[in-house]
Design a protein around this ligand. Structure first.
Ligand SMILES: Cc1cc2nc3c(=O)[nH]c(=O)nc-3n(C[C@H](O)[C@H](O)[C@H](O)COP(=O)(O)O)c2cc1C
Length: 223
């Protein structure tokens, strides 16, 4: 797949076909994606790939934790100003496509649960790092490898959604995968074959024009 086409057309997939993704394919994706750069080549990322019964157990326990009112480890509510506005704009787009009315708290709750179920994807990649890396550039590196995984996956016809929701109950993930407390859970990635009939997959998220976020210095008419 052409690199520009992949970057331009990648999008978060929130509805998947039931088809399983083989271990071989995911391994190949990770092997390629770990060519990503990292500060001083420290390669801080570690992957835990879950599918089948293990992932189903995680989904179930995540939803139970959510329903019980347990406080998630991450908070998406702290964004302010333009950042909050972009979050709201995205939610409006998704809810419109999904036919979820603003006041329909039951459907909104069901949508929220979907996120905690890794959007019912057949597999998920959990990225963790050693606790000793806290305060280093490791998060930057993990962002780079996460985006690369998403792009490489497209070459195999796979869709992805980088998602915090899936790992917001770290105890659940640790219980079913054995990831020890010495490893910090950073992010989850849902992965599977996109269900293009699923309405939320039609979302084309907005982007700020480059002119609004870029300043240029030292350029002449020739450069
Ligand atoms: C660090 C990170 C965490 C995210 N967590 C979630 C999540 O928990 N739930 C969700 O639906 N999408 C999540 N997303 C996906 C973003 O909403 C999405 O990337 C953004 O709206 C841009 O849309 P696009 O990926 O389709 O281009 C996350 C993305 C990133 C990079």
């Amino acid at each position: 797949m052409d690199i520009l086409e992949a970057v331009r057309t990648r999008k978060s997939i929130r509805g998947y076909k039931k088809d399983l993704v083989s271990k071989e394919v995911i391994k190949e994706i990770l092997e390629i994606a770990t060519r990503s750069p990292s500060a001083l080549n420290t390669q801080p990322w570690e992957f835990t790939v879950v599918t089948g019964e293990v992932l189903d157990n995680i989904r179930k326990a995540n939803v139970e934790a959510l329903m019980s009112g347990k406080t998630p480890s991450m908070n998406f509510e702290s964004y302010k100003g333009i950042y909050k506005q972009r979050q709201v704009d995205l939610a409006k787009q998704i809810f419109k496509l999904m036919g979820i009315a603003r006041e329909d708290s039951a459907k909104r709750a069901e949508w929220m649960q979907r996120g905690f179920r890794f959007f019912d994807a057949p597999a998920a990649i959990i990225i963790s790092m050693d606790e000793s890396l806290e305060g280093t550039l490791a998060l930057f590196d993990i962002g780079a490898v996460a985006q690369t995984i998403c792009l490489v996956a497209m070459n195999y016809g796979l869709g992805t959604c980088i998602e915090g929701q899936g790992i917001m109950y770290p105890d659940v993930i640790r219980k079913f995968t054995g990831i020890p407390d010495s490893k910090k859970l950073i992010m989850g990635i849902a992965i599977g074959y996109p269900d293009w009939e699923f309405p939320a997959n039609e979302v084309k998220s907005e982007r700020e024009p480059v002119d609004n976020i870029t300043t240029w210095h030292g350029f002449t008419d020739q450069s």
